[in-house]
Design a protein around this ligand. Structure first.
Ligand code: UD1
Length: 420
């Protein structure tokens, strides 16, 4: 099994270009089921999750050409109506976001059978909100042998839906389904992450009639059919945050480019509160050498709040402060699995329930560590970059799910990192 070996204490110097957003790409790929015409996605990151979604779509009759993805970060997806409406367990278990084909399949084929995703390392992660909202559009659901079976024999019909809690995936599934439902759908209490706005922009370019309203509401007038389009995926804001932290902790001179500043205001505020000096330009920034000595309280929250996907990485940064900080994880119930590993490397983090107190530590030292999920893994990479000596990170396949060319990007800026 592959491992990443890092010898720490090298300052990072140079420029890192941010890739396209994984979480924006996945629903956009699923949206290809909504039309017979070709959807071309530019700036798609070449990541394991994108290949998994490609395989799910391929199994449903979508032509997915991966050579362009590998060579040019571009994918072309063309749905050829087939009698396949089944997303198998073997693919769905690899990636929960496979559930995003449920809404488009139901809208297009009036039926769908999708394996029920299991829980995962960070929590139970049920899909009840997806199912209940699609049922309001006319889907009839059954759970059979671990599969969600769903039918809408006479097609989906617009409805007024209030999501019981804010869910990124459920918002995406329902919006995609509603674009082809008969009549008007109003969805309230939606997630408004930049990745959702990107999906809506693409669906509108495909002919969807969608209007975002204030107060987490969206109005959709169903249309008879959608057409193909070419869309460029937004930069990955979690990758931006991760590399800002890498630059701040290694005290080099790192520049990060391909940033959409509108999407990271919440991050910039947290970095500013901590005393990190960032020099912004048009779509890039430089991390100035900063003294991290402040203490902050951080709550992970739905956008525009601080993203849970950056919580693990923030702990490494906060560990270097001369004062204790507090992070409350409000989205997932079990998202502190990186903490024992970070503590083995020298961090001083205490957890009580959903609250972590990150206390000052006297530095990190290299160790053998185990990655448990995507963001946990990258927090271990960050800690290794400043650790004394050598760190070996096992189970690196998690990193390949979400960080494009991670080792290349870091090595090009002077990190001593290799995959063995
Ligand atoms: C998406 C992101 C993930 C991010 C998360 C929260 C993608 C591919 N993944 O995941 O990186 O960490 O948003 O920002 O975009 N919930 C239910 N029932 C449901 C659906 C969700 O109880 O039917 C709960 C979840 O267990 C969780 C919370 O709602 O506690 C938020 O989850 P959700 O926003 O749905 O996350 P994902 O879309 O799975």
């Amino acid at each position: 099994m592959e491992k990443i070996v890092i010898i720490g204490e090298e300052p990072l110097q140079g420029t890192i270009a941010i890739s396209g957003s994984k979480n924006a790409s996945l629903p956009l790929m699923a949206a290809s089921i909504l039309t017979d015409e070709t959807i071309t996605l530019n700036n798609t990151p070449n990541l394991a999750d994108i290949h998994t979604m490609g395989s799910v779509l391929d199994s449903l009759g979508v032509n997915f050409d991966k050579t362009r993805l590998i060579d040019n970060n571009q994918i072309q997806l063309t749905y050829k109506e087939s009698n396949r409406a089944l997303a198998e367990y073997d693919l769905v278990r690899k990636m929960r976001a496979s559930i995003l084909v449920l809404g488009p399949l139901l809208a297009r084929k009036r039926e769908a059978t999708v394996s029920m995703p299991g829980g995962c390392a960070i929590g139970a992660r049920p899909v009840n909100i997806h199912v209940d909202a699609l049922a309001k559009l006319g889907g009839e659901f059954n759970l059979e042998k671990g599969y969600i079976k769903c039918e809408a024999k006479s097609g989906l019909k617009g409805a007024k839906i209030k999501l019981p809690m804010i869910s990124v995936g459920a918002t995406e599934n329902i919006i995609m389904a509603a674009t082809l439902a008969k009549g008007e759908t109003e969805i309230s209490n939606i997630a408004i992450e930049p990745e959702i706005i990107d999906l809506i922009d693409c669906l509108k370019a495909m002919g969807g009639k969608i209007e975002i309203q204030p107060d987490r509401k969206v109005l959709i007038q169903g249309v008879d059919e959608l057409h193909g389009t070419t869309h460029t995926i937004i930069p990955d804001r979690i990758e931006v945050g991760t590399y800002i932290i890498a630059g701040a902790i290694t005290k080099g001179e790192l520049e990060i480019k391909n940033i959409n500043f509108e999407h990271i205001e919440n991050l910039l505020l947290a970095f500013d509160n901590l005393g990190i000096d960032l020099l912004k330009d048009k779509d890039s920034l430089k991390i100035k050498e900063s003294n991290i000595n402040k203490s902050i309280e951080l709550d992970t929250k739905e956008y525009p709040g601080f993203p849970t996907d950056l919580q693990a990485q923030m702990m490494v940064l906060l560990s270097l402060s001369k004062n204790s900080s507090v992070i409350r994880e409000n989205i997932f119930e079990n998202r502190f699995m990186h903490v024992p590993e970070l503590n083995r490397m020298g961090a001083n983090i205490e957890i009580i329930g959903s609250q972590a107190t990150v206390k000052p530590c006297s530095g990190f030292s290299g160790a053998q560590v185990m990655a448990t999920d995507l963001r946990a893994s990258v927090s271990l990479v960050l800690a290794s970059l400043i650790a004394k000596g050598e760190t070996t990170i096992n189970r690196v396949y998690h990193l390949d799910r979400g960080y494009e060319k991670l080792e290349d990007k870091l090595a090009a800026c002077g990190a001593n990192i290799k995959r063995v």
